[in-house]
Write a new protein. Sequence first.
Length: 241
Amino acid sequence: MWIEAKTLIIVSILATLAYASYRDIKYRDIPEVTWVPAIAISIIVNVLSGRYDLLHTALSMFPVLIVFVMSLLGMIGGADFLALLMIALAHPRFLVFPISLLTLLYSLLIPLGLMIYYALCNALLYKSFFNKIRCKEGRKTYLIFFGRPMSVKEMLEKKFTYPLTIPVGKGEFICRPSFSDDDEEEERIKERIKGAIARGEIQSDEKIWVTPGLPHVVFFFIGYILALLTPQHYILTILMH
């Protein structure tokens, strides 16, 4: 009986993450109602099966708390919090590691790889350009890891691409490590950059530092699949010996 119920939970989570990933890739916007059916199924099945207990559930929810704090700080979107909350509620019990924790750790591998890629490319290809950046506000050190140079014109035309160096005068910039989760604020920043072009403070073919808006729910989707495939029975056997 539990096998069928567990299959129902996993299928509902996979279907939800697949749809949410599509929305995240195409629109970077996921309606909150998307998560409701799978969360409801998970809670109902786990309550009826007696799967929730204080210790395991608390440990499963700990990664969710981390992501929640990150979302409050604007470091990650609210949909990412809801995705991990759904996974934690679906899998409150575990042998060695919470499924929510494994999902989070696996999901970080792609952004980490991208940071390493940026650091290598920027150090090898754009070092001289990086050295010329003058930050009126903020620090430029983190630009190496979180973005790359791109022409102003290309940035303005490209979807889900945001400036990390915002021109505020001739040759001076506000430097930031990431972009705001507020779409209206980002649109205002792009309008300010267009105004800087009109005033001659920067040319449209000049390069500024930019970063992509990554579809983190896709990374959770991949991380969840890898978490399910992680042989926790085998890991437990090794730890026991």
